[in-house]
Design a protein around this ligand. Structure first.
Ligand code: XUL
Ligand code: CO
Length: 441
């Protein structure tokens, strides 16, 4: 794999290797062993780990109480094109040193937006050509691209859902350019996270019209991309709130409904983000299961929230037990359809060493790897599956089987229940299930 040109941004840090759980080297994987086969696939292929351009290279740690704390050596150039190239060099140095295969971006993560659409398009085309060379030299691939239609003040009332057609059209132009960039870079998928597609007050909102406009917009984007030869999958990334009070893509179930309502079910799946799930008062594993049940478990944005507050903290994953439950869903549903595990996560504002970016991604990858090993062992070695099947055994024979086959009427249930008397009490055994997971950690 190739690497670093004449400059090195992450000095003193080499390739991150798997050294096993007994290693004391903080810059080594303890559980993520890319070539290790688990449940018939290498960890590398199960996960397809990706670096998120925005957090890793653009986010300097600003919050509502103060500016960024991190001065990145790749963000020093005053010329936009030069700064974008430095950032791309840093990106590829980081990804290859991590041993990851993928990255993800928003259009204006790559290069600053210019003062006109045409100049912005030119800048994006320039950096895309640069990235293409870097991809070819390193073997690193684009997991997905997306467009940032939420930061610029023109999108304060939404993008595709904006009450002004002029803004909707401007968002369309931006998405076209981002799709062109994604296709030029061989992107495997394209993401739509709602951004400001939602509303703050119903008093000034025609919700039906806004949602129909989004449906129309997504169909246009899909038709355009297909006409340009894009064969990847489109993902909707659900989030219940923030930045708007009511986001239209609230959670997996809501997004699946919209996908079906607007006839997008053959082209769209879901990108499930951990902290978005918890903001919707669901667990990560619940959202994965809802997506999997619909055949739409496409990709994952990996991070975690904070139990003590209610906003999107985008911390790196480190909860092994929770992730193990998620990996049970992941393995049992056959993994991700087209996507991967994108670290949509940021180091804390006061984690200011460049090394911290490596430590954070190592911890995230190890958490997923360890969770995968636990889930696989639980499925292969423990009584978990048979206990779960036993819970539903009454549907496997007799009247239960006839019910499952759709052969009974409500009157049949009446006749059956009348002859049976009060059903016997059967424990749910939750603690036993929990203990089994603990046993395999
Ligand atoms: C916002 C978020 C985005 C999307 C891409 O909460 O997760 O970064 O992943 O637009
Ligand atoms: Co995300």
């Amino acid at each position: 794999m190739a690497l670093i040109g004449d400059k090195e941004f992450f000095k003193g840090i080499g390739e991150i290797k798997y050294e096993g759980r007994d290693s004391d080297n903080p810059l080594a994987f303890k559980f993520y062993n890319p070539e290790q086969v688990v449940a018939g696939k290498t960890m590398r292929d199960h996960f397809k780990f990706a670096m998120a351009y925005w957090h890793t290279l653009c986010g300097t740690g600003g919050d509502p109480f103060g500016p960024g704390t991190k001065s990145f050596p790749w963000a020093m150039a005053s010329d936009s094109v030069k700064a974008a190239q430095d950032k791309a060099d840093a990106a590829f140095e980081f990804i290859t040193k991590m041993g990851f295969d993928y990255y993800c971006f928003h259009d204006y993560d790559l290069v600053d937006e210019a003062d006109t659409l045409s100049k912005s398009e030119e800048r994006i085309q320039g950096i895309v050509a640069y990235l293409k060379e870097k991809q070819e030299a390193s073997g690193v691939k684009l997991l997905w691209g997306t467009s940032n239609c939420f930061s610029n003040p023109r999108y304060m009332n939404g993008a595709a859902s904006n009450p002004d057609f002029n803004v909707v059209a401007r968002a369309g132009a931006q998405v076209k350019i981002a799709l062109d960039a994604t296709i030029a870079l061989g992107g495997e998928n394209y993401v739509f996270w709602g951004g400001r597609e939602g509303y703050m007050s119903l008093l000034n909102t025609d919700m039906k019209r806004e949602q129909d406009n989004i449906g129309r917009f997504l169909n246009m984007a899909k038709d355009y991309a297909r006409s340009q030869g894009f064969q990847g999958t489109f993902f909707i990334e659900p989030k219940p709130m923030e930045p708007t009070k009511h986001q239209y893509d609230f959670d997996a179930a809501t997004s699946i409904n919209s996908i079906r309502e607007y006839g997008l079910e053959n082209d769209f799946k879901l990108n499930i983000e951990v902290n978005h799930a918890t903001l919707a008062q669901h667990t990560f594993q619940h959202e994965l299961q809802v997506a999997a049940n619909a055949g739409m478990l496409g990709s994952v944005d990996a991070n975690r929230g904070d139990y003590q507050n209610g906003w999107d903290t985008d911390q790196f994953p480190n909860n092994v037990l929770e992730t193990a439950e998620a990996m049970l869903v992941f393995l049992k549903s056959g993994g991700l359809q087209g996507g991967g595990i994108n670290f949509d996560a940021k180091t804390r504002r006061n984690s200011t060493d460049l090394e911290d970016i490596f430590l954070a991604h190592i911890g995230g990858a190890d958490t997923f790897a360890r969770a995968l090993l636990i889930a696989d062992a639980v499925i292969q070695q423990s009584p978990y599956e048979s206990l779960l099947n036993k819970r539903y055994a009454s549907f496997n024979s007799g009247k239960g089987a006839e019910f499952s086959a759709g052969e009974l009427s409500l009157t049949d249930l009446y006749d059956y229940a009348k002859g049976k008397g009060e059903p016997e009490q059967i424990s749910g055994k939750q603690e036993l299930f929990e203990n089994i997971i603990n046993q395999y950690v």
